[in-house]
Write a protein that binds this ligand. Structure first.
Ligand SMILES: C[S@@+](CC[C@H](N)C(=O)[O-])C[C@H]1O[C@@H](n2cnc3c(N)ncnc32)[C@H](O)[C@@H]1O
Length: 206
């Protein structure tokens, strides 16, 4: 798949999601815990934000949120939800491979997005994420590892998987708060079931 086809794929996924309950039902418990580790008003960046399930929550609690995603549909959803809730998120439609930092953040999220990029791109991006996190700030990164091969129907969409455990090695010079490796069962529209090998990390910059 080329860039525009990938964008179409994600646009279709987000169009199929029922928005009415999405924002109240789709928060990960880690984000609830993360909020306790940073100060209200801190700057948050979400790379590959999807429909912004974390961003709406964080913005409503007073964080200064920037969110990036390739999907125009997802970006429109976030903007519309912001209007409904009278909050403001700096949301931008962009390919993460083109994203350049122009400031530092206290919390950077990349939840389920980096493995859709080529290795050269996510290597550069993680380096920039680390450099552009304030001392004491956090990175929350969830990626697919190569512990299980990519399902055939996702091969075209996938970029480069992380080697199992590679993510944890990249953050060896940070304080690791959460390091988990597990297999997640996902059910996609059309009764398609996948197993995804997950490496999850929350780390604090020393
Ligand atoms: C599995 S979803 C995760 C979404 C969100 N982080 C969450 O946890 O709900 C992966 C996201 O990565 C985005 N994505 C994939 N490739 C991308 C790219 N090259 N540039 C920007 N976003 C991308 C997709 O549009 C999608 O929103």
């Amino acid at each position: 798949m080329d860039g525009p086809e990938k964008q179409d794929y994600w646009d279709d996924i987000f169009r199929s999601i029922n928005k009415s309950e999405y924002y109240d039902k789709n928060l990960s418990s880690e984000v609830l815990d993360l909020v306790k580790l940073i100060k209200t008003g801190n700057a948050v960046l979400d790379l590959g934000c999807g429909m912004g399930r974390f961003d709406i929550y964080l913005s409503e609690r007073g964080f200064d949120v920037t969110a990036i995603d390739i999907s125009e549909t997802a970006v429109k959803c976030i903007n519309s939800e912001c209007r409904k809730r009278s909050i403001s998120i700096n949301v931008k439609q962009q390919d993460l491979c083109d994203f350049q930092f122009d400031r530092k953040y206290d919390l950077i999220l990349a939840h389920g997005s980096l493995q859709f990029l080529p290795r050269s791109c996510w290597t550069r991006l993680i380096g920039d994420m680390k450099d552009n996190t304030n001392v004491g700030g956090l990175n929350y990164v969830v990626v697919f590892s190569d512990m299980i091969p990519t399902p055939p129907d996702m091969e075209d969409l996938m970029g480069d998987l992380f080697r199992e455990g590679e993510l944890f090695e990249i953050y060896e010079d940070w304080e690791i708060l959460v390091q988990e490796s597990f297999v997640k069962e996902d059910e996609h529209p059309g009764n398609i079931r996948h197993q995804h090998p997950i490496n999850k990390l929350i780390a604090r910059k020393k």
